[in-house]
Design a protein around this ligand. Structure first.
Ligand SMILES: CCCc1ccc(-c2ccc(S(=O)(=O)CCO)cc2)cc1[C@H]1C[C@H]1c1ccccn1
Length: 237
């Protein structure tokens, strides 16, 4: 896929997202808006031409799964309806390669906002570990793109623009002397980042209320789904 017209952009955005996810909260003014167990969700209030584009950063730690498993279930289209409750319709409009797809997603209308759709490339890759104690790192990046064959249909819904990454790190605690690694030895550290431009105008208060409610629900549901899918399966590193 290295020769695909989107490849330079995929490389650039993926490298940016790896840096952005690994910098943690940096010294930006993040506001913790949701906290449940190990999951902490932060946002910054930002508007571009009067549109809410609040960057979001979520940090979570889950036991019993690997970074590869978490990213595999986030990337693969066949599981999406199982965990993405706000989807009305989803299709893969282009198979660029086995690690890069283009999705067209119609999201359910979230009253009182207008219905949105999203057209984005999605790329999964393993990244070299950057600190001791981390066995491996995987990332999925979703980034909006335009295709002449799938122009926005402004009569039907508004096309939103997103850049999302799910960066996961696998930490393995040493099993008992001579025992093999089991899921009890696995910890997955998750950083989920998203910047969504809603496309058309929506009241800031409405969008912020939707995000405040939907993002914690989404990450909780998604991680619980992966733990449940993996628990009786051999570990996929
Ligand atoms: C007014 C527009 C609101 C709005 C913006 C953005 C998204 C959204 C799209 C994609 C992704 S993802 O992480 O790439 C996973 C693949 O689907 C996450 C969020 C969804 C909504 C709608 C449905 C609401 C929502 C918001 C947040 C999380 C989940 N759903």
């Amino acid at each position: 896929a290295e020769y695909h017209r989107l490849w330079p952009e995929i490389e650039r955005v993926t490298k940016e997202q790896i840096k952005y996810a690994q910098m943690g909260l940096g010294n930006d003014a993040w506001h913790l808006f949701a906290e449940e167990g190990e999951m902490k969700m932060y946002r910054r209030e930002e508007e571009v031409n009067g549109l809410v584009v609040d960057p979001l950063k979520a940090c979570h730690v889950v036991k019993g799964v690997t970074a590869h498993e978490m990213c595999h279930y986030f990337f693969s289209p066949q599981y999406r309806y199982d965990w993405e409750t706000t989807l009305e319709h989803m299709t893969v409009v282009e198979n660029i390669s086995d690690d890069t797809l283009i999705f067209l997603q119609l999201h359910k209308r979230i009253w009182p906002a207008t219905q949105r759709d999203a057209l984005f490339w999605s790329h999964i890759r393993q990244v070299p570990p950057n600190e001791p104690g981390v066995r491996d790192i995987w990332i999925v990046v979703n980034n909006s793109t335009e295709l002449p064959k799938h122009p926005p249909d402004n009569k039907k819904c508004i096309r939103l623009f997103l850049t999302v990454c799910l960066l996961c790190q696998t930490i393995v605690s040493s099993p008992k002397e001579g025992a093999s690694i089991t899921r009890d030895n696995l910890t997955c550290k998750i950083t989920y980042c998203s910047v969504v431009n809603p496309g058309g105008w929506a009241p800031a208060s409405v969008l912020r209320a939707v995000y405040k409610r939907e993002y914690p629900k989404f990450l909780k549901r998604f991680t619980a789904y992966v733990i449940d899918q993996c628990k009786n399966k051999p570990i996929m590193f």
